[in-house]
Design a protein around this ligand. Sequence first.
Ligand code: NAP
Length: 273
Amino acid sequence: MNLANQIVLLTGASRGIGVAIARDLGKAGAHVVLTARDLAGLERVAAEVRVAGGKATVVAADVSTAEGRATIVTALDAVGPVLAFVSNAGLEVPTAVHEQTHAQIEKQIAVNLTGPILLTRALLPGMIARGKGAIALVSSMSGKSPTPFNAIYSATKHGLNGFASSLRIELDGTGVHAGVVCPSFVAEAGMWHDTGLAAPGMMREVPLAKVVAAVRAVLGGKGEVLVTPSPVRPLLALAQLIPGLDGPVLRALGVMTTLKSRARTTIEKGASE
Ligand code: NAP
């Protein structure tokens, strides 16, 4: 998809993976509408987008609230028609379900699922009327596989995948496309990198550039891109065929041990949201 001089909405643009996506959109010559809550972070990323060759507009807003989403939609009305939407904002509270507060659970659902769905809902009428548009929803391998000690996050990402695949088919013939990017543990930036932990035993981190390329691939028409160190589709298919296999597989890969110890650390440090 040619993004030169086209308007692209990017959420989660203040830090982490969003910065790399923003730079890439800037390099493509897009006018990127960058949103997140941290205005100073957004301004820094906007400067990078401009250096890369794009235009940038910043909108400080909380994607999890109706007020925040209204702020984003109003800002977009002033900028012009949106060709592409990259839904990248995300939140995890990686602890056991019984250790999460009601507020933490509600917030993860609102940031990871309600926000992306309602922003998509707001953008679709214009895209459908113009007969062109693309929506890339940044999900996770947690949307494809169980993720113990991060079950709420996993539930939201499974929801996002269901939303994206249903929407993709629903939009057939409209000229508007929707798809998901599902990374595993991402290196160099983002919520996993910030933990300072190493990816579990048999897994490795995936390069940030691969996530950025996957976003572009979805904007270009792919329905689902898994960004993992090795092909996992056969394992996922096997787990569908043999319910109960997923637990032993996660244990064998060393994922259980790592996620359990991260949950302990998160509780000791105290989750911020
Ligand atoms: P991150 O470094 O924690 O950044 C999260 C971004 O989301 C920030 O820009 C943050 O901005 C924004 N955000 C969080 N809550 C928000 C809210 N209430 N309203 C508006 N914006 C909000 O995380 P990341 O790793 O870059 O994650 C980006 C996406 O990749 C997420 O969807 C995540 O689930 C997914 N993912 C990440 C990994 C990984 O290994 N890092 C793996 C798989 C999937 P403010 O705090 O300024 O609002």
